[in-house]
Design a protein around this ligand. Structure first.
Ligand SMILES: NC(=O)c1ccc[n+]([C@@H]2O[C@H](COP(=O)([O-])OP(=O)(O)OC[C@H]3O[C@@H](n4cnc5c(N)ncnc54)[C@H](O)[C@@H]3O)[C@@H](O)[C@H]2O)c1
Length: 259
C-alpha cells in the first residue's frame, strides 16, 4: 500500500531541486500533490510531469498565503522547502561585518518569514482534522555558523528553533500535528550553480566543496525526499520537534580522525 495514500501535500519551492524531488516521491507514494513556486513555467512543467496541481506561491508574501488558504483549506502534509542563499544573482558580501541590512532582510523574508507563514497556514489547514505533518527544510547551516553566508545561516537556525515551538504548541493544544526540521548539506541542485559555475575548474570546485564531507560526495535530492516521505507518513507518528541531519556524516565530527 502506498505510504501517503489519501494524504494531500503542499510543497513550497517545488519547481526544481529538492522540492521537485519531494513532490515526485510524494506522488509515487500515492499523495495528492500541490506543487507551488514563484517560477510558474517550471513549476507547471514539474507538476504536469507527476500529474500534480500547480499553484503560484511566493512564500514571502502574506497575500499569497491567504490566497492558498482560500484555495486549499485542508492539508495533511506541508513541506516548507522554498529557500534562497542570497547568492542567486552572483557573488555578494554576506559576512557579519559587511552584509547590508537589505541583503540580510531579503534572505530572512524568504527563508524565515516564509516558513513562519507556512507554519501558521499549515496549522490552520490541519486543525479541522487535528492531524498532520509540517516539515521545515532547514540546513546544516542552521546548526553551525557560516561566516560568509551569515544571513542564510541565521535564517536556517531560526527555522530549526521555530519548528520546535510549532511542535510544542500543537502538542499543548492536543492536536496530532507534528513539526520537524530537516538539515541537509551539499545536495546537488541548481542552488549550487552560482557557486560552482561552468568553467574549466567546475570539477575541482565540486570536489573542494565536499572535501570535508566524510562520504566525499554530494547528496541527491531523492535522498532528502526519502526522509520527507517518512516524516510525512504515519510511520513517523511519534516524531515531533526533532531535527534530522542528512549530510554524509559532516556533522558527526571531523573527517580527519586520529589514526
Ligand atoms: N541543495 C543543498 O545543498 C541544500 C542544503 C541545505 C538546505 N537546502 C535547502 O533546501 C531547500 C531547497 O533547496 P534547493 O537546493 O532545491 O534549491 P533550488 O534553488 O534548486 O530550488 C529552490 C526553489 O525555490 C523557489 N523559490 C525561490 N524563492 C521563492 C519564494 N520566495 N517563494 C517560493 N519559491 C521560491 C525557486 O524558484 C526554486 O524552484 C532550500 O530551503 C535550501 O536552503 C539545500
Amino acid at each position: 500500500m502506498p505510504r501517503l495514500q489519501d494524504k494531500t501535500a503542499l510543497i513550497t519551492g517545488a519547481a526544481r531541486g529538492i522540492g521537485a524531488a519531494i513532490a515526485q516521491a510524494y506522488a509515487n507514494e500515492g499523495a495528492s500533490v500541490i506543487v507551488t513556486d514563484i517560477d510558474d513555467t517550471l513549476g507547471q512543467q514539474t507538476a504536469k510531469n507527476i500529474c500534480a496541481r500547480y499553484e503560484h506561491l511566493d512564500v514571502s508574501s502574506e497575500a499569497d498565503w491567504q490566497a492558498i488558504a482560500a484555495a486549499i483549506p485542508a492539508l495533511d502534509i506541508l513541506v516548507n522547502n522554498a529557500g534562497i542563499t542570497g547568492f542567486e544573482s552572483g557573488e555578494m558580501v554576506h559576512d557579519p561585518e559587511n552584509a547590508s541590512l537589505e541583503a540580510w532582510r531579503a534572505v530572512h523574508a524568504v527563508n524565515l518569514d516564509g516558513t513562519f507563514m507556512g507554519c501558521r497556514y499549515g496549522i490552520g489547514a490541519m486543525k479541522a482534522k487535528s492531524t498532520g505533518s509540517i516539515i521545515n527544510i532547514s540546513s546544516r547551516s542552521g546548526l553551525v555558523g557560516i561566516p560568509g553566508a551569515a544571513a542564510y545561516a541565521s535564517s536556517k537556525a531560526a527555522i530549526r528553533n521555530h519548528s520546535k515551538s510549532v511542535a510544542l504548541y500543537c502538542a499543548q493544544k492536543g492536536w496530532n500535528i507534528r513539526c520537524n526540521s530537516v538539515h541537509p548539506a551539499a545536495i546537488l541542485t541548481p542552488i549550487w550553480e552560482p557557486m560552482i559555475g561552468d568553467g574549466p575548474d567546475r570539477d575541482a570546485k565540486m570536489a573542494a566543496l565536499v572535501a570535508d564531507t566524510p562520504m566525499k560526495r554530494f547528496g541527491l535530492p531523492e535522498e532528502v525526499a526519502a526522509l520527507c516521505v517518512m516524516l510525512g507518513s504515519d510511520e513517523a507518528a511519534y516524531m515531533t520537534g526533532a531535527e534530522l541531519t542528512l549530510d554524509g556524516g559532516l556533522l558527526a565530527g571531523s573527517a580527519a580522525s586520529p589514526g
